[in-house]
Design a protein around this ligand. Structure first.
Ligand code: SF4
Ligand code: SF4
Length: 407
């Protein structure tokens, strides 16, 4: 019987595996031959990102093996954080939607876009493919007020603070000061950069941000320029080595990782980037490139030929229409969107965005973070019509459905 369940799991027949395992447990609960069942089920469901379903199995496994710290970590990841209500009424569909444990981390996230523009024009990003929107740097005084309000009203007592969304944070002339202010207010700081900068790197590193993501795509000048338009690969590589040197010089604990955007034209470069990451002591996370923002993605799915002015979609590993088809049936139809319940997005001028994946002015929340309390911000987000459009096109960030995969 365990062999049959293992076969189901190996083939991706998760619904069948859960049904068979539940029946086995109900009929032979005290059979010592089944001692391995909870771990088998829990680990497989966890790896398949079926975290709600994995949780009871991991709990049983952890009770049997309380010394296994990794198991305990995975169980914790599968639990809904205390700050999150398990379900919410969706005004668009009229249905009660359940919340899944956040995949992006257990902490509630505040995304503060401290720079309202970028020095590059990547064709897969709204800065490169959408009409320009107001630019600017967040004033330190405003940033301080935002930090104080987050501290006062965050649903999570230890929220995550990221200082970027569609902007390049290292362009901010006072970024080291902002990092210091965040630290003084008790927050860790996460940054993401294209590293196409010529000034200020030492001041930023010596301010000791907790995390620095370096986004990289191609590893030859031609391939890099295709996806990181206006970028200079030689400058980025020199700056990566400089980051290593400065971390050592200032003895800061910044965790650095390379977010490696994978296109059809740079798949063969993954080993070379991995080798560089190893050499520099950075983590390396290859991830399939995708097309943003959601407004242009939706236009593309609707067949609008102007949605991709940079012509980058043919270079994606998976065409968005194929991706959408692949998601059919794999998303939990009763799932709320993680980007509605686990983050607040604040633009450089203090205004609010619906979520981190939208860009057009129509998809801002029509108010300022300082003027609206958390409940009102959430009310406006849940009432926003674009979420209904987004969910209907399966572009949202939903939990996975317990199904038998067919391939
Ligand atoms: S570097 Fe990042 S923010 Fe800047 S244009 Fe490219 S994807 Fe957008
Ligand atoms: S449903 Fe779509 S638009 Fe709404 S928060 Fe989620 S990803 Fe953003």
């Amino acid at each position: 019987m365990l062999a049959e369940i293992s076969a189901h799991l190996a083939a991706g027949r998760f619904r069948s595996a859960v049904a068979a395992a539940a029946q086995l447990q109900a009929t032979r609960r005290f059979d010592p031959a089944l001692i391995a069942l909870p771990r088998l089920m829990g680990e497989a469901l966890f790896a398949a990102r079926l975290w709600l379903e994995a949780q009871p199995w991991l709990a049983d496994a952890a009770a049997l093996e309380p010394w296994d710290a990794g198991l305990a970590d995975r169980l914790e990841q599968c639990r809904l954080p205390a700050w999150l209500a398990p379900s919410w009424q969706d005004p668009h569909s009229g249905r009660r939607l359940r919340r899944h444990p956040p995949r992006e981390g257990r902490a509630y996230s505040y995304t503060v876009d401290v720079v309202g523009t970028c020095n590059l024009r990547c064709p897969s990003c709204p800065v490169g493919n959408s009409p320009a929107r107001p630019r600017g740097f967040m004033a330190p005084a405003l940033f301080g007020q935002i930090l104080a309000k987050i501290r006062a009203e965050s649903p999570d007592p230890a929220p995550r603070l990221t200082l970027y969304n569609w902007g390049e944070p290292l362009l901010h002339p006072e970024l080291p000061r902002l990092i210091g202010m965040a630290h003084d207010a008790g927050f860790g700081v996460q940054l993401s950069t294209n590293l196409n900068i010529r000034h200020g790197l030492e001041a930023v590193i010596s301010a000791a941000p907790e995390e620095l993501k370096i986004s990289l795509s191609g590893f030859t000048p031609q391939s890099y320029a295709r996806s990181h338009r206006r970028g200079d690969l030689a400058l980025v590589l020199a700056n990566m080595r400089e980051v290593r040197r400065l971390i050592d010089k200032h003895r800061v604990g910044t965790r650095v990782w390379i977010g490696h955007h994978i296109y059809r034209f740079n798949k063969d470069q993954i080993p070379a980037v991995a080798a560089l990451a190893r050499e520099l002591g950075f983590a390396h996370h290859p991830i399939d490139a995708f097309f943003m923002p959601l407004e242009r993605l939706g236009d593309y799915l609707d067949g609008d030929p102007a949605a991709d002015p940079g012509g980058i979609i043919p270079d994606l590993p998976l065409d968005p229409r194929q991706r959408q088809a692949a998601l059919t049936g794999q998303q939990d139809p009763d799932s709320d969107c993680e980007l509605r319940y686990a983050q607040t997005v604040i633009n450089h001028d203090g205004s609010l965005a619906l979520c981190c994946s939208v860009y057009d002015q129509a998809n801002m929340l029509g108010g300022n973070f300082l003027d609206l309390d958390h409940a009102e911000i959430q009310r406006r987000r849940y009432a926003h019509p674009f979420c209904g459009t987004c969910m209907a096109k399966r572009m949202h960030y939903a939990g996975r459905a317990l199904i038998d995969l067919t391939n």
